[in-house]
Design a protein around this ligand. Structure first.
Ligand code: FES
Length: 145
C-alpha cells in the first residue's frame, strides 16, 4: 500500500468513525459555518477550563475531507491553551490529512473546520474582552460617588 492509499484509508476511517463527534452542554464556543460552494456544514463546540480546552466536539455534514479534517482538528486542540489553538495553521491540517498539494476547491473542504474554529475563538475572545472591559467600567463607575 502506497502512502497516498494509507492517507486515503485514514481519511475514510475518520469520516466513518469520527472522533469527538457530538455536542457539549453549555459550551463556551458554539459556532457553525458552511462552505458556500457546496453547502457542507461544520459546527464546533468548545469548553474551556481556564484557558485550556477541556472538551471539544463537532457535528457536520459533507464530504469525507471536510468531516475527517474537523475530527482531526478536535484531536489536535484537545487540552491545548487558547494561544496554541490560535496558532494551529492550515499546514498542520493538510499534513494530518496527508494532502499537502490540494487544489483550490478541495482546500476549502480541508480548511472549513479550521476557519469555523478560528471564527469561534476570535468571537469568544472579543466577547470576553468586552465583558472584562464592562466590569472595569462598572468598578470605575461605582467609585464615582
Ligand atoms: Fe463540500 Fe468538501 S465538497 S466541503
Amino acid at each position: 500500500m502506497g502512502s497516498a492509499d494509507i492517507y486515503r484509508e485514514i481519511i475514510l476511517d475518520y469520516y466513518r468513525n469520527p472522533r469527538n463527534f457530538g455536542k457539549i452542554d453549555s459550551p463556551d464556543i458554539s459556532i457553525r459555518d458552511s462552505n458556500p460552494l457546496c453547502g457542507d456544514e461544520i459546527e464546533i463546540h468548545v469548553k474551556f477550563d481556564g484557558d485550556k480546552v477541556k472538551d471539544v466536539k463537532f457535528t457536520g455534514k459533507g464530504c469525507a475531507i471536510s468531516q475527517a479534517s474537523a475530527s482531526m482538528l478536535t484531536e489536535m486542540i484537545m487540552g491545548k491553551n487558547l494561544e496554541d489553538v490560535k496558532k494551529v495553521g492550515k499546514e498542520e491540517i493538510l499534513e494530518s490529512l496527508g494532502l499537502p498539494n490540494l487544489g483550490p476547491a478541495r482546500i476549502k473542504c480541508a480548511l472549513l473546520s479550521l476557519k469555523t474554529l478560528k471564527l469561534g475563538v476570535y468571537s469568544y475572545l472579543v466577547e470576553k474582552m468586552s465583558s472584562a472591559d464592562a466590569e472595569k467600567l462598572k468598578e470605575e463607575a461605582s467609585k464615582l460617588f
